[in-house]
Design a binder for this molecule. Structure first.
Ligand code: NAD
Length: 355
């Protein structure tokens, strides 16, 4: 098969980690007989420098013409003082909007080989965990009406949360489908004891649950979920929640794995095209020094193969290669490799060798 992939390398370590992931992708292509045609596009700080804007139209058009997008990371101190419209991060929101991506999938699992890095108690670590956070990405309070006004106690600020039944239904379906491909357990997180949007969320999720009798679906209040994630993360399989709750809980989930350099993510819409990226940022402190861990980006490519191209065996192959390299004891500096740490290039070579 043949696939067109837009490469948005971005800033900082973005180019290094995307190059590593593309090497892995091309090796998988040779092994399984697929052609991946990769075209680079500018976004973020590098695009501001080259064109004056964070997300040039050429990049949007290129991504819309591709079968999927692989993104490194954007941003860095050079552009931190830019006005809001000329900030690298504008590129991320712009791409999500242009590609109609309303679902964010973030898997978080504990690698037994790295369990020493997990900040949780040993008896919790022993049980391990492997969860998938499904976050609604384009609705809720981050996109609601906001402003400043004169209130009861003087000047005040407000943000509003609104969710339509359509938005809840479509994200719920993604979560149920995802649960079907995993351990068939879905936990829907809300704050239905207080928020009206959460009550509609709960009602709607329950209605969709009837279409998926093979999936066990339960509700959990967000405050309890924040606690349960550190108390007993093994209980979670697939989690579905709103934009803001998902933003917060997915960072919590990533931190209990022990490393930011390992975690991939996928943003999806209605079609098969997705945007795949590591969850970490552009790490300007280590950019260009061959120190970045490429694994999160390599695993993002595995997610692309699985979710956008339905190439399950090929995705498994990449994930197994990463497992084998970690089990063999190879580490980058962020994984506590110490003096024997591998650089970006060497870690990529180890993974390529396993494929
Ligand atoms: P960061 O994730 O870039 O870095 C946090 C720490 O983790 C740093 O010490 C960094 O060296 C380390 N780190 C991150 N990824 C690593 C990797 N693959 N291997 C080894 N170490 C790694 O977060 P930050 O420092 O808060 O942000 C830096 C820049 O990235 C900012 O401009 C921020 O806006 C941007 N950012 C972009 C994205 C994105 O593009 N999706 C996400 C988050 C932050």
């Amino acid at each position: 098969m043949e696939f067109r992939i837009a490469l948005v390398k971005g800033d900082g370590i973005g180019p290094e980690i995307v190059d590593s992931a593309v090497e892995v992708l091309q090796k998988v292509g040779r092994k399984y007989g697929h052609t991946f045609i990769c075209t680079p596009y500018l976004a973020g700080g590098c695009a501001i420098d080259a064109t004056g804007e964070p997300l040039p139209q050429e990049t949007v058009d290129g991504c819309l013409m591709s079968d999927s997008v692989l993104l490194g990371a954007v941003g860095g101190p050079k552009w931190d003082k830019n006005p809001p419209a000329a900030r690298p991060e504008k590129a991320l929101l712009g791409l999500r909007k242009a590609l109609g991506l309303y679902t964010n999938l973030r898997p978080a699992r504990l690698y037994q080989a790295l369990s020493g890095d997990c900040p949780l108690r040993p008896d919790i670590v022993e049980k391990g965990f492997d969860l998938m956070m499904v976050r609604e990405l384009t609705g809720g309070i981050y996109f609601g009406d906001r402003g400043r006004r004169e209130g009861k106690y003087g000047p005040e600020a407000y943000d509003t949360e609104a969710y339509s039944i359509m938005e809840i239904e479509r994200i719920a379906r993604v979560a149920f489908e995802s649960a079907r491909k995993r351990r068939k357990n879905l936990i829907s997180i809300d704050k239905a004891n207080v928020l009206e949007t959460s009550r509609l969320w709960r009602e709607t999720v329950h209605r969709i649950a009837a279409e998926y009798p093979d999936v066990t679906c339960t509700d959990m209040l967000v405050d309890n979920a924040a606690m349960q994630l550190v108390r007993n993360p093994a209980q979670f399989d697939v989690v579905v929640t709103t934009n803001m709750f998902g933003d917060i809980l997915s960072d919590e989930a990533s931190q209990i794995t022990g490393s930011i350099g390992l975690l991939p993510s996928a943003s999806l819409g209605d079609g098969t095209r997705g945007l795949y990226e590591p969850i970490h940022g552009s790490a300007p402190d280590i950019a260009g020094q061959n120190k970045a861990n490429p694994i999160a980006t390599i695993l993002s490519v595995a997610m692309m193969l699985r979710y956008s191209f339905s190439l399950m065996e090929e995705a498994d192959c990449i994930e197994a290669a990463v497992d084998q390299v970690l089990n063999a004891g190879w580490r980058t500096a962020d994984l506590g490799g110490g003096a024997a740490s591998l650089g970006t290039r060497e870690m990529t070579e180890k993974i390529l060798a396993e494929i």
